[in-house]
Ligand binder design. Sequence first.
Ligand code: PLP
Length: 377
Amino acid sequence: MKTKKQISGWKDKILFTPGPLTTSQTVKQAMLRDLGSRDSEFIGSVKDIRHKLVELGQADTDEYTTVLMQGSGTFGLEAVVSSTVPPDGKLLVIINGAYGKRLVKIASILKIDTVTLEYPENTTPDLREIENTLKTDKDITNVSVVHCETTTGIINPIREIGEFVVKSGAKYFVDAMSSFGAVPVNLAECNIDYLVSSANKCIEGMPGFSFVLCKLNSLKETVGYARSLSFDLLSQYQGLEKNGQFRFTPPTHVLAAFRQALAELEAEGGVPGRAERYRKNYETLIAGMRQMGFREYIRPEDQGYIITSFLYPDDPNFSFEKFYESLNQKDYVIYPGKVSDANCFRIGNIGRIFEADIKALLAAIRETIAEMGVKLK
Ligand SMILES: Cc1ncc(COP(=O)(O)O)c(C=O)c1O
């Protein structure tokens, strides 16, 4: 059997990042075909992908649908914000990290009336405050929150927030970019109207499109809400329903890879199977990092198994740039921190990586720390 090195002609680095992620050879190989956007095989594959994504959200296709959107994850978020808030609507954004802030930025460029509830990056949102805000501010028409705040790896309580949102009559939008496919979610039980994720996160496809899981009744109410042509979620849905085609050139190769990625997810035991592998990766990582003396930024009870933020060691010999570069030379790619009040770096557990890869990374970190002369305890 050919090794990874022989097939690609170069040695792939292992990506311990929140995306782009390490993907399987078979997912990459699925792209090696040209398919026309009006080809019946392509149209059938798009239909299948849309259907399977609804199933991954534990929902029924009578109640929910999938709208595929060209571009990275942010394009999907922008599609929801720009085309599901009514022209005179008001958006509440719950923030505890950079991706919550990005939603506010999108809304502000679109000149959408926005209120925020902002919490420290290492803290989950205050549910009582959210409940009270929704009870008192009757102008709020839409509420958004990030599921796994990839800034830190914290997991936000989307089910509890959804209960308050549905009682208030507002529409509920969850950015589940880095969690969908690996953290189980039941769309209907969480009262979600719109959920966004993208091809190259926990489903382990290629980057190039995002998808929006939409509650059909809510989507159909959005006639005339869209603030732009390409991000018009309802028109994109109507186009896909009419003839199975995208309105504009689809990422055909990326969709072919995604179909293969979905088959590999199913073979792994679906969302529970993938969750188990990522959780194992996480537990191995945490145990090894703690043993070396590293400390996490988030309390273990709030931390998900997607990505972890570690505090810089308290030693003047530590330099993140040198640490990163040395690991990179050893073919392991980690990620810089994103929190505003502490010096951290991040290590992701998602993508086509296994416990053996995590153990190899831990060995490389141990070696690098020794090379740098950093003392951790
Ligand atoms: C929670 C969350 N939201 C939004 C994004 C932005 O996605 P993209 O970089 O694909 O546009 C990311 C990317 O990691 C994310 O983790």
